[in-house]
Write a protein that binds this ligand. Sequence first.
Ligand code: 6PG
Length: 475
Amino acid sequence: EHAVIGVTGLGVMGRNLARNFARHGYTVAVHNRTEAKTKALIEEFGNEGVFIPAETPEAFVASLSRPRKIVIMVKAGASTDAVIEEFAPLLEPGDILVDGGNAHFLDTRRREKALRERGIHFVGCGISGGEQGALEGPSIMPGGPKEAYKYLGPILEDIAAKVDGVPCCAYVGPDGAGHFVKMVHNGIEYADMQLIAESYDLLRKGVRMSPAEIAEVFRTWNTGRLESYLIEITTIVLSHMDPSTGKPFVDVVLDQAEQKGTGRWTVQVALDLGVPVSGIAEAVFARSLSGHAEMRQAARILPGPTGGGLPSSFADDVEEALYASKVVAYAQGFNEIQAGSAEYGWDIDLGAMATIWRGGCIIRARFLDRIRAAYEADPNAPTLLSDVFFAAELSTAQRAWRDVTVAATRRGIPAPGFSSALAYYDGLRAERLPAALLQGLRDYFGAHTYRRVDRDGVYHTQWERLGHPEVRVDV
Ligand code: 6PG
């Protein structure tokens, strides 16, 4: 008997993905560079389905039915290239290599092109949901040749999470599109987590609630429009007591956030594409700031106001601010997907992306169904904020949103996520922006020219001449 699909790289994610395929009745070939992991998988979970363990790449490839479908689950970067080089020579035209790691989409574009020239389909595939998602149903974002999706799609849709019976897996677009969307997913994840952390900080230092009390607040929020995986696990982490000291877990963990890089990529790419993802950028910078122990130590001498003094009803305002800022973060992420799609000609369906993020992934949230509806109503909406539903929500939230940023500022509690989200909202809705002055300054010192509100053309003011006469320079 031949395997329908194979998984190479049996770390936690790879192992759980292989088990997920097996549990759905697919015969799965499994392979790992060091054989011990393959053996352990068979010993521990061999009874969950039909596995074909392979000791060598040759045996692994030989055990697969055609077209061969191989999912690579190794650490993103050089290991992925090494594994591709190991397997590609053993494959035949039409076979499919899937990279399920968090690869940079430009690497995926390069790999896809190189493998296409060798007749092999390369599918850069975002997979979200952590260990549990991989096992019980992740959100899957496959890119690459559409031809490959014919064979791969039904299997991936089968093992993906389902929401209202709809699989959280859809073809994203050519070459790097799948990994691009996964990258932006992670950027939104960073922003979402930062906003949750700021909410906690405000309740802790502003209202002086205990972590356990704050957990209760989050538990209530999770019954409403904020219902999401990240809010749900926040209640668990906040109520956890450290077994060795009996203190709240959040008080014994070093407050320096780490990152593997996908959030940073989201911002780097956004800078290149010219998309203002300020909320995601603030989240990346907040992690970076937290990690600068020396700077933080040195700055401890700086004065600030004392916290406290906010009533417990302030929590309701924080809920509004969190919701509104979260809408901004998602709006920015979707704009980046829109821009990437235009730049690389991917034709990504934003409504479909919102649909497959409703379940399985880390940022799964009830309100994604609203985002789906918004993009289904207007696939090319310039911003999610002006969708009728979200516009109404934001207009209700803005009073509390402003109060929360004011309260944070007054009490010296850093809330860069909330503040930047609000500044973005105000920036977009402003009739006039001070960018006109920036243009004037640029024209003054560098003759960089400007356009006018009342006439077509490109102009320069001769600042050095008496009376500063203006000349049109594009004729
Ligand atoms: C997911 C996650 C996952 C990512 C972690 C860690 O969708 O399942 O995004 O892919 O590895 O979130 O990211 P950081 O270490 O950068 O926080």
